[in-house]
Design a protein around this ligand. Structure first.
Ligand code: C2E
Ligand code: CA
Ligand code: CA
Length: 652
């Protein structure tokens, strides 16, 4: 059965292998002219030698018909030479070639044998020669189409061997045997060659498939490397590369000026936390769609990461105007599946020009402008200006000086007392950092803490200050407590937290004497990490106060999750409290919130007796501010605590 199948395969076109049939057709097409030329030429020679011996019909008419047929076929092939047939077409053309080979083989064989009886021994040998050689040549030309070669060989060879083998002539029988042998060997070699050819085609086809897949993957990779997969916008890497290319062109003396912008969505984090990441993603996609709508030819948008987007704007763009349009577009409500979300955005622009010479400087300027935009109410655009440049230089100066500072000697702590609004006695103190730089003189904490926060210096600063606090606490009575401000970076870094806890434990000071103040904004940077840090501090026995309450963007839902002991109302509200009903109601709301949560409420920045009285009447038991006491050196704290003086006024 298997043998029969194998035999059948020898005589059929392998339709199921498209690559092979196409390759066969290609290879075979090149040999077709040779096949017909040999066939026609050999036939013409035999006709010529038999012209005077055999009937006209056999020597001229019949061969002419064959010739016409062959020429027609040849023209047909010639016409099709540039057409790339489908696999099915190729298979059917090969199939018809197999049938035609059988038909032509039969026709020429019968013609040859019918000429044999005419003439003498020479012409007869010519016929034998003609049949054998023409068949071998044609089989040779058909070597890429095994089925046709086998069919032709057998159709010509079997009658040939039978005919000459039975002539009763030993020489002819020997020739027949020779021919059978040669044909057998030839078919065997042809079969091997054909298998190699099929293997080569399969390998080439395989290689092409692999190449195509490699190309597809590399295209996909290239797209991934340059595009943000969520929004389809260029990604950070591509954005920086584009900005760099523009900078380089300008530096080389060509190209027009441009501006770099950074847009940040305010309130996006809350959407993500409240509705989940899928909704957050949908919002980002919609935001980028809106950006694309207003982009125009002079603007390129990119997603830099998270809720931050980059802009490259041509020189002629009115940056402030475009920023306004952009913020307005992004401010429109987002209809997402089953929720409607709203976010605002801030936008900072910096122009490439006299103030900067590198892409990273340009980036820094845009980032600074964005920071300024965020500092104002959300939904603002700021373009980097000369004033910003001077401020930024100052930040760099501070950063440099801080890096080279002898922190142990140059940093100090002062303490601002916290009073009971009713009894007016000091109940605690808040430690505030001071820096007297050897090169820059006194720098306020708002400035140098911000500079240190930008680099990892903040963790060193925190540890130096904490060591000083622990030393001071050691000098004070056991019941004296102090609060200590923790920066966002320290709170988010498990390493720094471990160092900080270790320092307290080694000092032998009771951790319950320390209260850590954290701001809402610091918590929001990495809420989960911050929450873990707060629990570590709480577990150790320390207390936690939420500082500057009311200025951050955190939602009330977060406050419930925090392990808090105290909330400090930001001094902005206390300052406005007596002038604005809105500020007064915020203060009242926070006092009530503290009541509900069971945490202590502290008012910051109390500057007048009126404010102090109002706070007392609203139920706020603790207050801090210049009216009660300015920050003072450690040596004065003891006296303040002992005497409980209501109005110690020291310079900070
Ligand atoms: P803060 O934690 O809100 O500290 C209170 C700030 O308000 C202090 O400014 C204090 O001097 C000032 N202040 C107190 N009472 C009044 C008042 O009645 N009126 C006005 N106008 N201001 C008042 P300071 O010392 O310049 O500190 C500024 C900020 O720097 C602090 O704000 C805190 O966020 C940060 N900071 C200070 N020390 C440290 C520290 O050791 N570590 C960290 N991470 N941050 C610190
Ligand atoms: Ca504070
Ligand atoms: Ca504060």
């Amino acid at each position: 059965m298997a043998l029969l199948k194998a035999l059948q395969r020898l005589f059929t076109v392998e339709k199921g292998n498209p690559a092979l049939v196409q390759a066969q057709l290609r290879a075979f097409s090149k040999q077709i002219p040779l096949l017909y030329v040999i066939l026609l030429a050999n036939t013409a020679f035999v006709s010529a030698t038999h012209y005077s011996l055999a009937p006209f019909f056999l020597t001229v008419e019949l061969p002419s018909c064959f010739a016409l047929l062959a020429i027609a076929r040849l023209i047909g092939w010639w016409r099709m030479r540039h057409v790339k047939p489908s696999a099915d077409d190729a298979a059917s053309r090969l199939n018809s070639t197999v049938y035609l080979s059988a038909a032509l083989g039969l026709a020429f064989m019968v013609w040859g044998l019918s000429l044999y009886p005419y003439g003498n021994v020479y012409t007869q040998s010519h016929v034998v020669f003609y049949m054998a050689l023409t068949m071998i040549a044609c089989v040779f030309c058909l070597m890429h189409l095994r089925a046709a070669a086998f069919v032709l060989a057998l159709i010509v060879m079997v009658p040939f061997v039978v005919f000459f083998g039975l002539q009763g002539e030993v020489v002819l029988a020997a020739i027949a045997a020779n021919m059978a042998l040669v044909t057998g060997v030839m078919l065997f070699i042809l079969s091997t060659h054909y298998s190699d050819f099929a293997l080569m085609v399969a390998q080439r086809d395989n290689l092409e498939t692999v190449n195509r897949e490699t190309q597809r993957l590399s295209d996909a990779n290239r797209k991934l490397a340059h595009h943000d997969s969520l929004t389809g916008l260029p990604n950070r890497r591509s954005f920086i590369a584009q900005a760099e290319a523009r900078v380089n062109t300008i530096k080389a003396g060509g190209g027009a000026g441009f501006a770099l912008g950074i847009v940040d969505l305010d309130g996006f984090k809350a959407v993500n936390d409240l509705y989940g990441h899928a909704t957050g993603d949908a919002l980002l996609i919609e935001a980028s769609r809106r950006m694309a709508q207003i982009a125009g030819p002079s603007i390129v948008f990119a997603r830099l990461g998270g809720d931050e987007f980059g802009i490259l704007a041509a020189q002629d763009v009115d940056l402030a105007g475009f920023g306004r349009t952009l913020c307005e577009v992004l401010r429109q409500p987002y209809e997402l599946d089953d929720v409607t979300a709203e976010v605002t955005s801030s936008c900072g622009f910096a122009e490439f020009g006299a103030d900067c010479s590198t892409t990273s400087e340009l980036f820094e300027h845009a980032d600074y402008a964005l920071y300024q935009a965020k500092d104002k109410a959300g939904g603002q655009t700021v373009v980097f200006s000369a004033i910003h440049r001077d401020n930024l230089r100052r930040v760099h100066e501070i950063d440099q000086a801080l890096r080279n500072a002898d922190l142990d000697h140059e940093l100090a702590l002062v303490y601002q007392p916290v009073f009971n609004t009713h009894s007016r006695v000091v109940v605690a103190v808040e430690a505030l950092a001071r820096w007297r730089s050897a090169t820059l003189g006194s720098i306020g904490p708002a400035q140098f803490i911000a500079a240190a926060e930008k680099s990892s210096l903040i963790n060193r600063v925190t540890l130096v200050l904490l060591r000083k606090l622990l030393n001071d606490l050691r000098m004070w009575p056991e019941h004296a407590t102090a609060s200590f401000n923790l920066s966002a970076r320290t709170l988010a870094s498990p390493d720094s937290m471990v160092q900080l806890l270790g320092l307290i434990q080694r000092s032998g000071i009771n951790p319950a004497r320390i209260e850590f103040e954290v701001t809402e904004t610091a918590l929001m940077i990495d809420f989960d990490a911050a929450l873990r840090s707060l629990h570590m501090l709480r577990n150790m026995g320390s207390r936690i106060a939420l500082d500057d309450f009311g200025t951050g963007y955190s939602s009330l839902s977060h406050v419930h999750q925090l392990p808090l002991d105290k909330i400090k109302i930001d001094r902005k509200f206390i300052g406005d409290m007596t002038k604005s009903a809105k500020a007064a109601s915020v203060v009242k709301t926070v006092i009530d919130l503290c009541d509900n949560l069971g945490v202590v409420c502290v008012a910051e920045g109390v500057e007048t007796e009126e404010q102090a009285r109002l706070l007392e009447s609203k139920g706020c038991s603790l207050a801090q501010g210049f009216y009660f006491g300015k920050p003072m050196p450690a040596r004065d704290v003891l006296a303040a605590q002992q005497t409980g003086l209501a109005r110690i006024r020291h310079a900070g």
